[in-house]
Ligand binder design. Structure first.
Ligand code: ZN
Length: 276
């Protein structure tokens, strides 16, 4: 059964979605529009007092849903892999200061390294930062990325692989972020979402749409309803698997960023209520 989204209390918007805005304006505009949560991209925190930014978010009635992003573990040398681990520890510090309970991991890939070896390095990287995540009680979400990004962005490309890795790590702080853009095509998606939920690993749900044709592999995502993803159906699977967190709108789009972002935010809310 597909429940209609009647209000915006479970709507979260990523700061990257309204990229032209500084984080302070995103906070003010999201709050005024009745958005319930915000996922903060690390670049928006540069030069800020992170603790004060978290307080500002909460005092505007928004939940900090997650921090984007950690990951990028595979690398040619041990020294570079250690640098990645150190950067992920910094992300944990930032999440703790902000009051974000979760970091989304874009796990990384390296075209010089076979994908299976990249996945081993990803798992080793997550396990290396896990004690630090435990100290700060920050959850880590493996986000499988569409296979078109398997060259440089992620060696984890399906829910099956993400579930396998989360199960292999076997820790309550390590789970999976489901993003419809990356996963809509997978014939195993419904059962793998259920498996993820049954494991207690379903940590986040990201929505947008797959526009056709894509003018850009990275920055041409569609607003819900603009493409071919059945977002309500996938949302119903996520909910059936026990997820009751935020529906996070994450859109990278040169086309939408070129607009007045206040107009875009209203379009997001309309698409959320009617096409999600
Ligand atoms: Zn995502």
């Amino acid at each position: 059964m597909i429940n209609k989204l009647t209000d915006t209390s479970k709507l979260c918007v990523h700061t990257i979605t309204t990229k032209p805005w500084e984080i302070e304006q995103s906070i003010d505009e999201f709050s005024a529009a009745g958005v319930g949560g915000i996922t903060v991209w690390r670049n928006t925190l540069e030069g800020r007092d992170i603790t004060a930014t978290g307080d500002r978010i909460r005092s505007n009635g928004l939940d900090v849903v997650s921090l984007c992003r950690g990951g990028f573990f595979p690398a040619d040398t041990a020294a570079q892999r250690q640098e990645a681990i150190d950067d992920n520890k910094r992300a944990i510090d930032e999440a703790a200061a902000l009051g974000a309970p979760l970091i989304v991991l874009v796990c990384g890939a390296n075209p010089n390294i076979p994908l299976a070896a990249s996945r081993d390095q990803i798992q080793a990287g997550i396990e290396a930062v896990l004690p630090y995540a435990e100290q700060h009680n920050i959850r880590l979400a493996i986000e499988p990325l569409h296979p078109m990004y398997a060259d440089t962005r992620s060696g984890v490309n399906t829910m099956t692989q993400a579930n396998d890795m989360a199960e292999a790590i076997g820790h309550s702080l390590v789970g999976v972020a489901v993003d419809v853009f990356h996963l809509w095509w997978d014939p195993r998606l419904e059962q793998e979402i259920q498996r993820c939920g049954d494991n207690g690993h379903l940590f986040a749900f990201h929505i947008c749409d797959w526009k056709f044709p894509l003018d850009d592999m990275l920055n041409d995502r569609g607003l819900m309803g603009e493409g071919c993803i059945d977002v309500p159906l996938i949302r119903s699977w996520v909910e059936k698997a026990g997820f009751n967190g935020y529906n996070e709108v994450e859109i990278f789009s040169n086309r939408h960023w070129a607009k007045d972002q206040k107009v875009f935010l209203q379009e997001i809310i309309n698409a959320y209520k009617n096409k999600s």
